[in-house]
Ligand binder design. Structure first.
Ligand code: ATP
Ligand code: MG
Length: 387
């Protein structure tokens, strides 16, 4: 049984939310044999025991699910209920319990109160457990419905958030670092479906660096299943910058180019907003002055989900979502290769514009966008050809 996450309060949206969540769950479960039913408050996924673990693991990667409750369905007769109840409370080392019965099927002749007593009695007789109605170690829930009786003890937390896709599409600037995959995850959590853009500069950046970004996209895609990765050939632009721009402004100009290309790709692919992993003050290009000068090239909103987080908080999320281990692999990205010793901390917009005039960046940008490579199949088999 699935309880929905944070639902918008408007009635019409609720329906859209639930339908999209349903579609996303179907997509996530793929060929796993299950039956799914939904209503306004819950979704029920029925499966055999042998796939249960797999189903729960997949559901734990679906945004829009508040909690997952593993219910056991038995026929509505006292013997079967007692047997299952015993099995459930014996699973762990509980000391105290409480029974909570809900009788949705009023044709069942025993009242909820009587059922609580009856089942409580059976547990007291057959185990060493004691009753504690205020603060029990375990609550045995019994829901008597027309289609059968559902028993459950615990509720597992889902990811929360909104179903991916409810907000339309964003374009994430994805490097091989720790921050940008976390930024992408947080955007997905708010219901944004995502495409990613990665700037590569071979031969200054290696195939390993690219594979690392593909691997990170693959991990993020487990939460989305619809991510495409655009790999932008960035070498010519980077070399032009190296040749024409004073060292301390190289990063500023490079990032202005990245923003321009990200915007171009976003527009081409119907993404509304750019996302990236910038965090205030982390490096010279992420001071407020730098952000202002870099952001000036686009009118498209740029959202920085980790802007106000400490590095340790970001690392914490990266570990939880499974990107950290890949992010810390040692391969360089294109920023580090041309890294000047003293990048400007407070760049001036007029200077940046002036330096950009020294080469024909517009045609280089058009060319880079035209020659983008699209990676969109992250299944194991097709992944091999990249790794
Ligand atoms: P990260 O850990 O995400 O790499 P960072 O702390 O290394 O971030 P920068 O290298 O300054 O910071 O990059 C800031 C942001 O710019 C990144 O989070 C990412 O969104 C984007 N970015 C940087 N390099 C690239 C790249 N090669 N391709 C795509 N996006 C990039
Ligand atoms: Mg980086």
């Amino acid at each position: 049984m699935i309880k929905y996450g944070e639902l918008t309060t408007k009635k019409a949206n609720r329906k859209v939310f639930i339908n999209l969540l349903y579609e996303n769950i179907l997509k996530m479960l793929g060929k796993t044999p299950v039956s799914i039913y939904k209503d306004r408050v819950r979704m029920y996924i029925e499966c055999e025991d042998y796939v249960l673990e797999q189903v729960v693991a997949k559901l734990k990667k679906v945004f829009g699910i508040h909690s997952i409750v593993i219910c056991h369905k038995v026929n509505t007769n006292i013997e079967e209920m007692e047997k299952k109840a015993l099995e459930l409370v014996k699973k762990q080392e509980y000391h105290t319990f409480k029974v909570e019965t809900k009788r949705a099927d009023k044709t069942f002749s025993i009242s909820s109160m009587e059922m609580n007593q009856k089942m409580g009695g059976a547990l007291l007789k057959n185990t060493n457990l004691k009753v504690d109605v205020h603060n029990p170690d375990v609550i045995l829930h019994i829901e008597i419905r027309r289609e059968g009786t559902f028993l459950y003890t615990n509720e597992e937390k889902g990811l929360g958030g909104y179903p991916v896709g409810i907000q339309g599409r964003g374009m994430l600037m994805l490097s091989g670092g720790i921050d940008s995959p976390v930024a992408g995850y947080l955007a997905l959590k708010r219901g944004v479906s995502m495409d990613c853009v990665y700037f590569e500069s071979p031969p200054h950046t290696s195939i390993e660096a690219k594979n690392k970004v593909i691997a990170l996209t693959k991990i993020m895609n487990e939460y989305s299943l619809s991510i495409r990765l655009f790999v932008v050939p960035f070498t010519e632009i980077q070399e032009a910058i190296y040749k024409n721009v004073p060292a301390n402004y190289m990063i500023t100009i490079m990032r202005r180019m990245m923003y321009r290309i990200s915007e171009g790709l976003a527009k081409k692919n119907k993404a509304k907003v750019i996302f990236n992993g910038e965090s205030i003050g982390q490096v010279a290009s992420q001071t407020l002055t730098s952000m202002q000068v870099i952001n000036e090239v686009t009118a498209m909103p740029v959202i920085r989900p980790v802007a106000c987080m400490d590095k340790l908080e970001i690392i914490d999320i990266a570990s939880k979502i499974g990107t950290y281990e890949t992010s810390i692999l040692p391969y360089e990205d294109c920023c580090t290769i041309f890294l000047p010793k003293h990048p400007v901390i407070h760049p001036e917009l007029e200077k940046a514009k002036q330096y950009e005039k020294s080469f024909d960046y517009e045609s280089l940008i058009t060319k880079a966008i035209e020659n983008v490579e699209v990676v969109k199949d992250f299944q194991e088999t097709s992944f091999q050809k990249y790794l």
